[in-house]
Design a protein around this ligand. Structure first.
Ligand SMILES: Nc1ncnc2c1ncn2[C@@H]1O[C@H](COP(=O)(O)OP(=O)(O)O)[C@@H](O)[C@H]1O
Ligand SMILES: [Mg+2]
Length: 347
């Protein structure tokens, strides 16, 4: 049962000028699974290594249940880290790999055998106890790495891009397994990923890091509905940004006036709307219907992407393929931008 508090954590590697991680502050509730999300090189592994005790912060503090752990040795922190490349012991079989942490903690052999068997069942790897890592598939190796981490019942579990070496199908399976085991065991978990979808599906809350700085720490839903800035919105698939002026409940753009929600940012703003929230040819006397021209249409399988022009603005819309079957490139359409789907960003 561990609450993690990270305060103003900064790391500048020796011989470099810019910090790899700059002033990160993060509260993680007991039993919560958060995702540390960001592109390659943004400082995710650096953060994990500092929590695990493999790297010393330049400044800042990390507390578990209110107590700083910076002077604790890695093995005394109650933290286990699982790496992208699994790092299994090649000369040990599956059973020995999974039981290793318990052996180090001087647990008796009979108890180890019992708990390893239990763990093998949990990660759905029965009948493989005698295999060596080289005799396992990537997905199986990842399950062993996960079992080896979970068996010691860590206070804090760190997963550093654990699924990125797996193919798409296995990734989804492992993602669901991690989620259910984490919830069952209630271990405070930090899951590192560069994949926005993975973060959204897995995490209670997501911390987006760009260039060593945290932009937003929020529920997955908030990143879609209330991104803090354009870079954040773009990272989550946002495509539409319209310059204009917001005054009370009106947005004035080059193409006309839109009704916007109460409490929206005022003044010089970028109006944003997610592609899936623009409706085409569905006007039924609602406000915010605009005349548009279809300039592109691409079938994506489960959705169709349309590019439309409204005045001088180009916008992207995503629709159910059957709903836009009869719309062709060059057609005039009515685009509805529902007021409650509009969000004002200060540029
Ligand atoms: N040992 C190191 N010495 C100097 N720079 C490093 C070292 N390790 C990582 N970096 C740099 O720090 C930045 C963040 O790296 P990292 O935390 O590994 O990013 P991520 O895990 O998000 O891909 C990168 O620019 C990387 O090149
Ligand atoms: Mg990394």
């Amino acid at each position: 049962m561990t609450h993690v508090s990270i305060k103003n954590l900064t790391k500048t590697y020796s011989g470099t000028n810019d910090p790899a991680l700059n002033n990160l502050s993060l509260e993680i509730q007991t039993g919560e699974l958060i995702a540390l999300l960001g592109p390659s090189g943004c400082g995710k592994t650096t953060t994990m290594k500092m929590i695990a005790g493999l790297l010393k912060p330049s400044t800042g503090d990390i507390k578990f249940n209110g107590r700083s752990i910076l002077n604790d040795k890695p093995e005394h922190r109650g933290v286990v880290m699982v790496f992208q490349n699994y790092l299994l012991f090649p000369y040990m079989n599956v059973e020995e790999n999974i039981g290793f942490g318990l052996k180090m903690r001087k647990v008796g052999p009979i108890e180890i055998k019992r708990r390893v068997a239990e763990m093998l069942k949990l990660v759905r790897l029965p009948n493989l106890a005698d295999r060596k890592p080289s005799e396992l598939s990537g997905g199986q190796q990842q399950r062993v790495a996960l079992a080896r981490a979970l068996i010691v019942q860590p206070d804090v579990l760190l997963l550093d891009e654990p699924l990125s070496n797996l193919d798409a199908h296995l990734r989804i399976e492992m993602r669901d397994l991690i989620r259910s085991l984490q919830k069952e065991m209630g271990i405070t978990t930090i899951f590192v990923t560069h994949d926005q979808e993975e973060a959204v599906v897995l995490a209670d809350r997501v911390a987006l890091i760009l260039n060593g700085e945290m932009r937003q720490y929020d529920t997955p839903e908030a990143f879609y509905k209330r991104p803090v800035d354009e870079a954040t919105a773009r990272f989550f698939g946002g495509r539409n940004f319209i310059r204009g002026n917001a005054l009370e409940q009106k947005f004035v753009g080059t193409f006309g006036i839109l009704v916007i929600p109460d409490g929206a940012n005022q003044g010089d703003v970028h109006l944003t709307i997610r592609p899936e929230n623009i409706h085409l040819n569905k006007s039924d006397n609602t406000p915010n219907c605009l005349q548009a021209i279809v300039v592109d249409k691409v079938y994506l399988g489960t959705q169709t992407r349309l590019k439309i022009r409204i005045g001088d603005e180009h916008l992207e819309a995503l629709a159910n393929p059957t709903e836009v079957e009869n719309i062709e490139i060059g057609n005039k359409v009515t685009a509805t931008l529902p007021a409650d789907a509009l969000w004002m960003l200060t540029p």
